[in-house]
Design a protein around this ligand. Structure first.
Ligand code: C2E
Ligand code: MG
Ligand code: MG
Ligand code: MG
Length: 284
């Protein structure tokens, strides 16, 4: 993200670039203020379903910033900004607390996945911060899954590896997010201590095109061969849903099944009448 933003910046000239930098600095100021006030950044929760039973099995916590003047700012804007300005751990903590608050009120069979940026994961204090948060909310660590990107998982950096190991030792699970978009080798995947893969939505979107279903099928087979579960991200159509079910993809997530919801809305979907949300799966 940072690189792409940088390139766009240089493509503009003179005053435009000044303006852009001013905007960025203003947004950074606003983000600091928002974190200090602690009311405009919160998590929403996108339900994830078992493809065989159609049951809601977990949710993904996604950060939202409702800017006082500008309205909602996309995570693709403020997460990279937070990473570059050292504010990401503060956002991470808000999302983790919101997640625990939601887990407290959900049945113990439901888990929640939280996205973790590379910077957080490399911090030596990260495992203790996560585990003490879980402890203070009295949440079983096995109900938390941390989503990391392929590049982070594959890089053999000491701090990251030992942090993953100590959190997994305590029962926290790990998933590789946006799988297929990074540069991991089969050799490295073979040695990964990871519990789940999430197939990037670009593969799901292209699934109807020739050869792509086979690719998704291979990803599912690979995950299962390694004893991992696998989730499809960005399921938007009934035919994608049916194809993924037939391929024995374990879990499904996407707008077809549910958009990200407020905590209360997400909680109300658990075990409720399934005709609206799960209809597409049930019919499949
Ligand atoms: P992600 O972790 O891959 O999350 C999935 C994104 O896809 C979310 O976008 C979600 O709203 C969107 N999505 C879900 N289903 C569909 C669908 O069917 N179609 C389409 N087109 N999109 C779908 P969102 O919420 O805008 O988040 C974007 C990214 O920002 C996330 O991608 C994640 O990388 C990052 N992010 C979000 N929250 C956090 C956070 O708390 N911490 C960190 N470090 N990163 C976060
Ligand atoms: Mg994610
Ligand atoms: Mg993803
Ligand atoms: Mg992503």
């Amino acid at each position: 993200h940072a690189k792409a933003a940088g390139r766009n910046t240089y493509a503009l000239f003179g005053e435009h670039m000044d303006e852009l930098l001013r905007t960025r600095r203003a947004l950074e100021q606003d983000l600091r203020l928002a974190l200090r006030e602690g009311t405009t950044i919160e998590a929403v929760f996108q339900p994830v379903f078992a493809s065989d039973t159609g049951e809601l099995t977990s949710m993904e916590a996604l950060a939202r910033w409702n800017h006082k003047k500008l309205g909602p700012i996309a995570p693709d804007i403020f997460i990279p900004l937070a990473e570059e300005t050292g504010l990401i751990a503060d956002i991470g903590q808000i999302i983790l607390d919101d997640t625990c608050r939601c887990l407290v009120d959900a049945p113990s069979t439901v888990s929640i996945a939280v996205n973790v940026s590379a910077i957080e994961l490399a911090s030596p204090s990260f495992p203790l911060r996560v585990l003490s948060t879980l402890e203070s909310w009295e949440i079983d660590p096995s109900r938390l899954e941390l989503e990391i990107t392929e590049s982070v998982a594959v890089e053999k950096r000491g701090a990251v590896e030992s942090n993953i190991a100590s959190l997994r030792g305590a029962g926290v699970r790990f998933a590789i997010d946006d799988f297929g978009t990074g540069y991991s080798s089969f050799a490295r995947i073979r040695t990964l201590e990871i519990d789940r893969m999430k197939i990037d939505r670009s593969f799901i979107q292209d699934m109807e095109q020739s050869g792509n279903k086979e690719l998704v099928s291979a990803m599912i087979a690979m995950a299962h061969a390694r004893g991992m579960k696998i989730t499809a991200e960005g399921v938007e159509t009934l035919s994608q849903c049916q194809a993924l079910k037939a391929l024995r993809c374990d879990n499904l997530q996407g707008y077809l099944l549910s958009k990200p919801l407020s905590r209360d809305m997400a909680l109300s979907k658990i075990g409720s009448d399934t005709s609206e949300t799960l209809g597409p799966i049930a019919k499949a």
